[in-house]
Design a binder for this molecule. Structure first.
Ligand code: TRP
Length: 327
């Protein structure tokens, strides 16, 4: 029996931070290591064209993301790990899907509305058709499971719709795809804990996986914990959330108890959280340094990943072209 297929993608945003890690990469590694699935993980450089990165930035950030995914534990022996543009079938299938997708369905996408709001100077057509390319990513590999954060659920629902529209029109059998909503804690900015942790807010707001201990300490020390009224402040809650994921479980229980009793000392929490984070990512830092010293090795791994992915993608495309009467 073949294993159910998982596909997920990540934008090449450069150094991964704690939000990316808990929101995606950690689950990817767990799903990979469960041995239950056949996994495809992809750096979606074509999707990133809808943003404002320069060519040099893109090249550099794809390389950093590639290196960090390997350092974080994505294992090319267990998963197919590749870069979207290395498999040109993604854009080919995307065009085909665009002709079975009603405009009105794309207009409903909340991410399109949000991004349009955030980049008023650059509301390009790619931003609009973004979920079609995402659908092509997923269906080229006949993936049935897509681990994503909540913000992507609507896109995965659209993937299911597009598969159905295509299947009905051309008598094909793309599978039904479901989002795998693993528990993805919402990691907040250290300095503005009402906002999601994101590099666009500034370096002081995020902790990157590869950060040195001294830098982690400095940032955690500066993290906001003040209460603006009764109850537990969002900043303190965020630090406790991080401690829960990276710290000692018994110690975590005690912090929670102390928080309830009003005896918690945030200085103590910050010191212990800093060292927990530094320890947790020590292996990551070491592996990253090794890979950075050997960029050819990283390039080779990704070339092999693309070759593997492409074989599957080409099989799908052959069938699709035949169904639609092209070539
Ligand atoms: N849109 C996703 C994000 O912004 C990235 C992505 C592209 C993706 N293609 C995908 C995720 C396919 C899952 C499956 O996070």
């Amino acid at each position: 029996m073949s294993k159910p297929v998982i596909f997920s993608g990540i934008q090449p945003t450069g150094n991964l931070h704690l939000g990316n890690f808990l929101g995606a990469v950690k689950q990817w590694v767990e799903l990979q290591n469960s041995g239950t699935y056949q996994c495809y993980f992809c750096i979606v450089d074509y999707h990133s064209l809808t943003g404002k990165m320069t060519a040099d930035e893109r090249r550099a950030q794809v390389m950093v993301t590639a290196t960090e995914l390997l350092a974080a534990g994505i294992d090319p022996k267990k998963s197919t790990l590749f870069i979207q543009s290395h498999v040109p079938e993604h854009t080919e299938l995307s065009w085909i899907f665009s002709s079975v997708t009603p405009m009105a369905e794309l207009e409903r996408m909340t991410q399109f509305k949000e991004k349009s709001e955030n980049q008023k100077q650059n509301i390009n057509a790619g931003l609009f058709t973004y979920p079609i390319l995402q659908t092509a990513d997923i269906l080229l590999y006949q993936a049935t499971h897509v681990p994503v954060g909540e913000d992507q659920v609507q896109h995965v629902e659209l993937t299911r719709d597009i598969a159905r529209w295509f299947n009905n029109r051309y008598a094909y059998n793309f599978p039904e795809t479901a989002a795998v909503l693993t528990e993805t804690p919402r990691v907040k900015s250290l300095l503005e804990p009402d906002k999601k942790m994101s590099k666009s807010l500034g370096q002081g707001h995020v902790i990157e996986l590869g950060e040195e201990s001294s830098s982690i300490e400095k940032k955690i020390q500066r993290a906001v914990t003040a209460t603006a009224g009764g109850g537990i402040a969002p900043g303190a809650q965020n630090l406790l959330l991080l401690y829960k994921h990276f710290g000692d479980p018994a110690r975590y229980e005690r912090f929670i108890r102390e928080e309830k009793e009003g005896t918690i000392r945030y200085g103590e929490l910050k010191t212990e959280l800093s060292s927990a984070l530094s320890n947790y990512f020590a292996d990551f830092r070491a592996r990253k340094q090794k890979l950075l010293a050997n960029p050819d090795r990283v390039a080779k791994i990704f070339a092999a990943g693309a070759k593997q992915a492409r074989e599957v993608a080409q099989t799908t495309m052959k069938q699709v072209r035949q169904k639609i009467g092209i070539r």
